[in-house]
Write a protein that binds this ligand. Sequence first.
Ligand SMILES: O=C[C@H](O)[C@H](O)[C@H](O)COP(=O)(O)O
Length: 150
Amino acid sequence: MAVGADHGGFALKERLAAELRDRGHAVTDCGTHSTESADYPDFAHAVARHVADGSCDVGIVVDGAGIGSAMTANKVPGIRAATCWDVSSAQNSREHNHANVLSLGAGLLGENLALQVVYAWLATPWGGERHARRVNKITEYEGRYLRGQR
Ligand SMILES: O=C[C@H](O)[C@H](O)[C@H](O)COP(=O)(O)O
């Protein structure tokens, strides 16, 4: 998986990457690498590109609120980024929305809750069935804009 964060998400991203590596996950760290002020679009975009091109299966982006990074990641075709604040929203985003990028707000979640959210998100399977029809529509609407249509 790919992970990335701005300065506000740096500490949580470091903790998540270490925990996930301990659990055997391959983690590609897209930065940032310090608490020096950094722009979340750069890191969210880097994570989204890794997921969209298939070099990573999923991504996790962390900033202060988890909002700007999700907005950025969702500009990359093929990305379905979801900001999640708790286990329920994490499970919903996977089962119903087939999210492939998880966005977290380090200023809103403590580290322990963030870890619970990440593990729930990773463990929840895609539901398919009726949800597939709706996610296919997301992809279809995205494709219209890529083709210059509306
Ligand atoms: O959605 C955006 C994120 O919360 C950013 O982490 C935030 O805007 C950064 O703001 P600041 O530079 O004041 O830490």
